[in-house]
Design a protein around this ligand. Structure first.
Ligand code: RTP
Ligand code: MG
Length: 145
């Protein structure tokens, strides 16, 4: 997912170029404006943390671009490509990462990545559940092939 700062900073083309250069296929994509309720659901694992309210304000501050990316070992490969959560540290430790390119700090880091097959499944359903036939067969193919 490209977060609002990624879209507002006009980084979409650069991020997509990095995605394709790394060998991912973009299987689905769509922009969404999340509201407080939806963003809270998306980041439910962080509810109660000190940064939660700020995170929700950030993620609802403009549209996001959600994508389904496909590649062998996609989850780890994508997390490696985006770099560490803190973008200001990424600029030093992972200067070629996407977060180094378009992020700013520990919150405004311009992109999100699912952190497990279970998260990927939940997040793909969250954004594209009404669009895809996810009643079992297709999704198993998508996630675990
Ligand atoms: P993401 O879920 O967005 O891909 O990021 P992540 O796994 O690298 O990091 P995570 O721990 O899941 O945190 C989710 C998002 O919350 C914001 N954050 N702010 N102010 C802070 O200390 C802080 N820590 C995390 C970031 O936007 C982070 O990506
Ligand atoms: Mg996370």
């Amino acid at each position: 997912m490209i977060k609002p700062d990624g879209l507002q900073g006009n980084y979409t083309d650069q991020i997509k170029a990095a995605i394709l250069e790394a060998g991912f296929e973009i299987v689905e994509e769509s922009t969404f404006q999340l509201d407080f309720e939806k963003a809270s659901l998306f980041y439910a694992e962080h509810s109660g943390k000190t940064f939660f309210q700020s995170l929700i304000a950030y993620i609802t501050s403009g549209p996001v671009l959600a994508m389904v990316l496909e590649k062998p070992n996609a989850i780890l490969e994508w997390r490696a490509l985006i770099g560490p959560t803190n973008a200001s540290k990424a600029k030093v430790s992972h200067p070629r990462s996407i977060r180094a390119m378009c992020g700013m700090d520990s919150e405004r880091n311009c992109v999100h990545g699912s952190d497990s097959p279970q998260s990927a499944r939940r997040e793909i359903l969250f954004f594209f559940g009404d669009k895809m036939n996810l009643s079992g067969y297709f999704f198993s193919f998508l996630c675990f092939k």
